[in-house]
Design a binder for this molecule. Structure first.
Ligand SMILES: [Zn+2]
Length: 329
């Protein structure tokens, strides 16, 4: 999700930038998009990487699927490298900076917003990718986070999306987004994914910490499970692409509050790793001279974004609604 200021300590850069210019041609008329169609009818399934230019685990998955020449047994498989312009600006000395070029590619998914933006690199790329996303029946959007090391799905508050995340089952934790919780509409909220009356469905997998090898393994496991459940690949192919990860108990959280910083001096009273339980009366952060409390009993801090600035997304709180949290790390 959010990225650090340059002053924040950075996770180790196990998996960083690589030159992907050789993939520009793709297979059709959208650069960096590969589409393969089977003779057998079936769903159009999209694996989406690099929505954020510095979240490289999805890129590794797409390149691995291309190298393995994975083709659908039925339906259509598309592999997309989304914000390549941001990825191309990846700086190992400041890898947080290449999340986007002009604006967050994952906060603009409304046709009117995209049409109105004639300036940004991201809106231009969104116009290229709109036809692909509008044709998708199922979409898995691969991300990583800065702090949290427990992988999780983020899904819109729709039964079809919650069902898709639980069907994929890895990551085992799912967070249901509160409506309008982010600064702008995310890709998984784009029409027709947001329409409860259509079957099209999209989910985000937050696969672990940015640039960690384990996040690549988690992204591959999620993708392989997704493709197998959709009938795009069979069980043998799935097993060959990704060894099984240790099983985790399924847990479902609802995001209950998404807090924005109101000052430039927002700081936490302790470090949060993700899904940290907090007491109802506990002060968890200071926004200038204002104490920040958990918004309700039985709250967890789903995500605490490093060094939020005034107006920026700071903390997401939630509560467990299904599953057992006693095994939480
Ligand atoms: Zn992201």
């Amino acid at each position: 999700m959010q990225d650090p200021s340059p002053a924040a300590p950075l996770p180790a850069l196990d998996v960083g930038w690589r030159d992907i210019s050789a993939y520009r041609a793709g297979t059709g008329d959208i650069p960096y998009v590969f589409t393969f169609t089977a003779a057998e009818p079936g769903p159009h399934v999209v694996v989406n990487a690099l929505t954020h230019g510095n979240e490289v685990s999805g890129r590794e998955v797409v390149l691995a699927l291309l190298a393995a020449e994975v083709r659908p047994l039925r339906g259509t498989l598309s592999l997309a490298l989304a914000n390549v312009a941001a990825h191309d600006r990846f700086d190992p000395a400041n890898p947080g900076a290449s999340r986007f070029v002009d604006r967050d590619f994952n906060r603009l998914w409304d046709d009117a917003l995209i049409e109105a933006d004639t300036q940004s690199v991201e809106a231009q790329r969104a116009r290229e990718l709109q036809p692909l996303y509008r044709r998708a029946d199922r979409l898995l959007d691969l991300h990583t986070t800065f702090l949290s090391d427990r992988p999780f799905f983020v899904v819109p508050d729709l039964e079809k999306a919650i069902g898709l995340a639980r069907e994929i089952a890895t990551p085992a934790t799912t967070v249901v987004l509160s409506a309008g919780g982010m600064h702008g509409p995310t890709l998984m909220e784009y029409a027709p994914f947001a329409d409860p009356d259509t079957p099209a469905s999209a989910v985000v997998a937050e696969c672990g910490q940015h640039w960690a090898r384990a996040a690549v393994d988690q992204a591959m496991a999620a993708t392989v499970s997704f493709l197998a459940k959709q009938g795009i690949i069979d069980a043998d192919r799935a097993a060959g692409l990704s060894p099984p990860l240790p099983a985790e108990p399924p847990r479902l959280y609802r995001m209950s509050a998404n807090l924005f910083a109101t000052t430039d001096s927002f700081h936490y009273v302790r470090s949060f790793r993700g899904f940290d339980p907090v007491g109802e009366d506990e002060i968890v952060a200071w926004d200038g001279d204002q104490p920040i409390h958990a918004p309700h009993a039985d709250a967890v801090v789903i995500l605490a974004r490093p060094h939020p600035k005034r107006g920026g997304e700071a903390m997401s709180f939630g509560r467990l609604v299904d599953g057992d949290d006693h095994h939480a790390e």
